[in-house]
Design a binder for this molecule. Sequence first.
Ligand code: K1U
Ligand code: ZN
Length: 207
Amino acid sequence: MAAAAAASRAGHARSCRSPRLILRIDRVPATAYIATMALRDILILPDKRLRQVSDPVKKIDASLRKLIEDMFETMYDAPGIGLAAIQIGAPKRVITMDLAKKEEPRNPQVFINPEIVWTSQEKATYEEGCLSIPEYYDDVERPAQVKVKYLDLEGKPREVEANGLFATCLQHEIDHLNGVLFIDHLSKLKRDRVLKKFTKAAKRAAV
Ligand code: K1U
Ligand code: ZN
């Protein structure tokens, strides 16, 4: 729990305050309706779906918006600072993120079809965690800065330059879209140890 404690100290801890029901008013057509967000199960190692390469989003429609709402609901509840759609079993290239500190207002961010277009030579090491590998944290070295192009919720192409935790989190989540987990950046010895522990736990849970 070292990272959670560290993150909590840094003010990134989350409270469960997302509403389960939202009233949304569409402009076209002008219809008021109740949309229900759903808490979804997070896939846990060694679930094979976590190794799937996710498909690009072709159309930003109501079903994609519902998926994104569910991702936020699930991410805030976990709590986590990021989530890739495949972690709730949807193999689409979508990421949600919120790096706001607990005393700050929420800052929900969505990245559709994100692509890293530049990485710095400089490296940075962060102690990473993963909602799909609960309660395991380890140091991972990655490029300190990245440039990422993506589509926003309106389908508008955007580019962002990230550093610090933002850069690490983007790389961690884009890895998920390619079936890569943060333990893949560790030594084989460590990775095999983690895999063995979670495989045993899954077998125990299955009986
Ligand atoms: O992708 C995921 O599994 C989410 C993951 C994102 C992440 C964390 C740290 C470094 C890189 C990427 C998490 O959110 S793990 C939980 C976590 O870090 C956290 C939880 C509560 C408060 C603060 C942080
Ligand atoms: Zn993860």
